[in-house]
Design a protein around this ligand. Sequence first.
Ligand code: HEM
Length: 505
Amino acid sequence: MLVACLVALVVLLVIHYYSKARKYLKLPSPGLPLPVIGHIHKLVTKKMQEDPVNGMVALYRKHQKNGMMWIRSFNVDLVFIGDFDTLNYLYNLPDMQGRIGPVFKPTVEHERNLKPGQELPGVLLSEGSVWAEQRRFTLRTLRDFGFGKSGMEEMISEEVQLFLEEIRKSEGEPFNFGNKFNLPILNALWTVCVGQRFDYNDGKLLVLIKRMTEWFQRAAAPTALLVTAFPWLFKLFPTLLEYNETVKVQHDMLKMMTDIVKDHEETMDPNEPRDFTDKTLNEIKKTIKGDSSFHGSAGRQNLVHTLMDVFLAGSETTSTTLTWAVLYMARYPEVQAKVQEELDMVVGCGRLPSLQDKPLLPYTEAVVMEIQRFANIVPQGVNHTSHRDIEVNGQLIPAGALVLPLMAEILKGPYWGDGETFRPERFLDSEGKCRKDDHLIPFSIGKRQCLGETLAKAELFLFFTGIVHQFSINPEVEGQLPSEDYVNGVTILPKPFQLRLHSRV
Ligand code: HEM
């Protein structure tokens, strides 16, 4: 009798599970998800462990229909988009600008120390009017402080000079670029945001950045969503999958931003705002509308989170791209030589390259574009979500699903012909001029497209050309090329490698 009851209960639970999932069952997927784990068994195969980026592409190519594939990861529904036009359509839809589905929200609230049910603050994870107001203000204010203007180039160029001096100390020696770009890259942004730059040997901050990198790596594992599926498990065993560290690193970062805001409040002159933080504090002071995201304590909380968001989004991404850039230069010496030839011809050896040189450096620009395409550093972009069902290509994406770009398919898939080959010439036209391509979307596409794109592009160009202009970049041991293997994460980093730099000037 007991067995019969148990069997009946299990059958009922299974029917309940599939009836709840029925909207999703019409979407292309790698088969029927299993109760509780969903499609996790498809994500923990040996191939997926060894090469998750290409493993996901292989899964997508096998099961996609109309440019999309549904994966249920425990209780989180992910819809991967590998078709450029479909992504372009979806990421531009006003309804598709949500960030965090209802299932995911409590986990984020806990990790970011927020009240249950409250709107997520800041710019990266927020939605609706909070996001629209914070994004508009952040973009405008960063521009007021020089983003996209000559002041920004001056700040970056100073960092490039200092960085080149720093790496010159290791000339001829085996040199590991891992985490070396983070602080130099962060400095222009941080000067504008909080009026502060970091010493390259700031041990405390380097530790924080290392913890942040490790958190991004943990967050990309398929098991990361266990926290959302079984929060009680992590209450009982907080050290499971180092979840306590994931929470702590976010709390430590928020504390750092809170201290910065407090310090600004105590020292600012409202008539002479020094930086983004002062400007935002002025905005908070003058906001009387209670429903504004700049009002009172909510305004302050949004400022703290926006600072953390630009710190998170702005340091790891650009520096990871540059780490791939130097690796590729060692791997593809003929490309490096052509960049150097062009730089020598246009810039000469008496000064460093500047943004003004860019139009005269089509091959170099094409190389930077190819580095971004080939490195594919944010392989699953940042998810969007909709709070209502969305129809696209005759399929229905249910409300609350997390919609993600499958960047490897978009940046390296069939559209490019030989997408798996590093070939900068693809971005040159028949006259040798640099040719833009709509499908090159490392900064994503649509209404939430990267907010720091102008800064990132300027930094990539100036740091990359500065290094290649001043040094020849060689493998540590002649003839032994550094591998393109990566460490998986929200952003993917090359596995540790060493190079040797030799001065060209
Ligand atoms: C090579 C460097 C970079 C890459 C590849 C990159 C890529 C991305 C991507 C893929 C997104 C997701 C967009 C979406 O939701 O569809 C994003 C968002 C964002 N990025 Fe970047 N990013 C880079 C540099 C930066 C920098 C330097 C900043 C600093 C200001 C920054 C700030 C942001 C912010 C705040 C968002 C969230 C925008 C929103 O939700 O409205 N990023 N970025």
